[in-house]
Write a protein that binds this ligand. Sequence first.
Ligand code: ADP
Ligand code: ASP
Ligand code: MG
Length: 437
Amino acid sequence: MGNPVAKGLRVGAADALSLNRWWGPVSSPTVPLIVQKFGGTSVANAERIHRAARRAIRAKLEGKQVVLVVSAMGHTTDELLKLAGEVSADPPKRELDMLLTTGEQVSIALMAMAIHAAGHEAISLTGAQLGLLTDSVHTRARIQRISRERIDRELAAGRIVIVAGFQGIDAGGEITTLGRGASDTTAAALASVLGAEICEIYTDVDGVYTTDPRLVPQARKIDRISYDTMLEMAAAGAAVMHSRAIEFGKKYRVPIHVRSSLTDAPGTLIMTETKGMEDAAVQGVTLKQDLASITLAGVPNRPGMAARIFSAIAAKNVLVDDIVQNVYDDGRQANLTFSVSAADLAEAKRICADLVREMNLSGMSVDDGVAKVSAIGVGMRTASGVASTMFSALAEGGVNIHNISTSEIVLSCLVRREDGPRALQLVHDAFGLHVAP
Ligand code: ADP
Ligand code: ASP
Ligand code: MG
């Protein structure tokens, strides 16, 4: 592994699950079980809900037990967030969760109705009804346990079970959400605990591409990708999958099939690494657009300072991406620069302002216009020349690199936000990703 600092600490993101923390044993069901997740666009209107319902019914008629995980319809979650913003500049996170979970409650009920209308048995369940227990960190809670009891009972009664994505309940009975895009994680977690043969993610693209096809039209669909590459791509900004879903898939060896809800064409299989996956050094490139970087100046260069700063940030559940330290003043002081998502910037600024005061630092500066372009692939472990290819491509395109970080299978550059899409295209071209390896 590379330098743990450069790799990017996910401060505060303690990893959740171990087998013995489930309320039920993880076992293979006697009847094959499948989890199908439908994203917002795939349930955006009545016609699409019927289409998704038909797919679930087909799997049932093929002899499978079927669990559906459904997102809020279309852009509902964005619209609810906008509404919250119109009512309050800083809405309490508990109330945001209360609001956002209504989106999924609408779609699970409609999905159950559509299945009933087609003459089959189905039941919708919220996270609380299911017994999906999370910690209490509103808007980005982590799953702790999932009760099998209710779901097993409903499946045994021959029903298709429809679960609301991205929501749960904490030990105190409060409603929580798991973070934007986390219906994928609900699906993969359920597939893990139920011993599903596969977790299918139905979305508006027909698989995982070498990069976001909306940003780079030459992007190419990948047939098979390892959990590790996909995990890093998701963490580095590939919005097609929520990264924690991949952690579940990897840990419990559930293959994840990302595919289009509009066709029957096979999509991308996210699975255990096979030999051929190392053939290309780089398999995908990503862009994380909404980043901000914060610099704390005049940090005394002695043991314990970084620990104090990042503990304060972790205590507020702010995730830190890359960290760079520059020492000056004959090694007596340092500037500490780190990036956070733009959504966390306000909170991070509050914490840092307190630190500047308490630790008597010389000051803080903020740059809220940065983006990160990353190249990812398990082949990087053995390939050479990846860094020079990437840096040369950016240089030739006139894109200035503000910071570089590396790990075993990821190489990332911070750039100006306005350069981001072009940087992505340059790096995609430089690695020839439009051509099949
Ligand atoms: P859903 O609502 O189904 O969860 P998302 O919007 O979360 O769908 O994810 C699908 C979108 O992810 C695509 O429309 C695409 O623009 C974007 N995307 C980003 N990176 C990739 C990638 N590497 N491959 C495919 N899609 C990607
Ligand atoms: N509806 C939620 C969101 O838009 C969860 C999801 O779609 O995965 O973030
Ligand atoms: Mg999604």
